[in-house]
Design a protein around this ligand. Sequence first.
Ligand SMILES: Cc1ncc(COP(=O)(O)O)c(C=O)c1O
Length: 455
Amino acid sequence: MSDSSLSTPNLPRCEHTPVPYTGPSKAEVFAKRQQYLNPGLFLFYKEPIQIVEGHMQYLWDERGRRYLDAIGGIVVISVGHCHPKIVEAVQQQVAKLTHTTTIYLNPVIVEYAQRLADHFPAEAGLESTYFTNSGSESNELAVMMAHLYTGNFEIITLRNGYHGGLSATMGMTAMSNWKFPLPGANGVKHATPGYCYRCPHGLEYPSCRMRCARALAEIIDYDTCGKVAAFIAEPIQGIGGVVEPPEEYFPIVYDIVRAAGGLCISDEVQTGFARTGTKFWGFENYNVTPDIVTMAKGIGNGWPLGAVTTRKKIAETLTQKLHFNTFAGQPVAMTVGLKTLEVLDEENYLERCQETGTYLKERLEDLKGHHSIIGDVRGRGLMLGVELVRNRDSKEPATEDAAKVHEACKDRMLLIGKGGVFGNVLRIKPPMCVTRADADYIADTLDEVLTKLND
Ligand SMILES: Cc1ncc(COP(=O)(O)O)c(C=O)c1O
């Protein structure tokens, strides 16, 4: 079967015709995966799906069935799967020069680094970039520079935050389900996030007077030596369940951290590159300027690419020894990054993300009026979360129902994510090329699934 319209009658129209699939069956792929891949690599869905092709906001399985990708696997696809302009640029670069390390001069990396620097607020001084291959690498490098620059040891991160799956970044992560019992958290202290729906201090905004942010001073006073190397946080927590603090949160926290000698690191792995719709960077929504910005995911539209951008003085800390990353900064990755940036600007993704995201959020908020299981709708731009609860008063997390909704959406050709410490937050973060019709499909599908939930 290759006519996707047969199985997906209500999906918005799509002109792209997938190439007929001739590869191994899903069962064969599954069996090989079980035998040869590390079982720690988990699969979505009880009946996993096999994805063999992608175009803009859509994905196709081996049977030619089309899915609306509303999680962008995972929050990586910024301008669309296999965006034609990026494909063309990559093909040209691959044929010319695939790999050279940073030990030689090459024009693409410097052109890209300059364009990236141009996207930061002019007065920030954020112009010196070290490219990496992933978000975890970016965060480890950023924290290392903070240690070297400040001479301090302790790091503050936020409960509910996710910063990566390597030893040190797992230590910075503050959700038990993502942590192994390892010593990577040495020197890491976790402060309280601005999670108003589940206030960690049991208070209400605004009468709380931002207790969550001010409590960080107590952590510094009682849990550290009084001096810290850095504070690292996502402007909106992604895997933690789209937790968006009030606008006063980061200005208060940044002041406290800087008074204790620390640098402020903004983990823009999910929130960067226009994702929040209102601003190109997540931190800009809070009127703060970080000392270091870490990036990955959307920066490469699917290519393994990350970056750490900081001020010259901080970047210079790495010159005291030899430091090197074999693949980082190679010309194909740089071409992808550069082209993604160009497409984001040329095709007005920031405005589009804001417009479609606002519309979709309104539709999700409207659903809250019809489904008591929806406790909260959060986020901005195309970084949206729907928190499901069993009871609006007790806010008991509806973890099992969230899993059912996740599966049922897939059965209706809609791929979404799931997150939060309790796994009860539906995460909607599609490629930013989605249209109003796609937004309607997402909202209508959720409406239908929630209506039938306990049939
Ligand atoms: C905010 C944030 N930081 C860092 C990472 C780690 O990135 P990677 O998986 O590329 O190492 C992630 C991954 O989901 C993330 O969401």
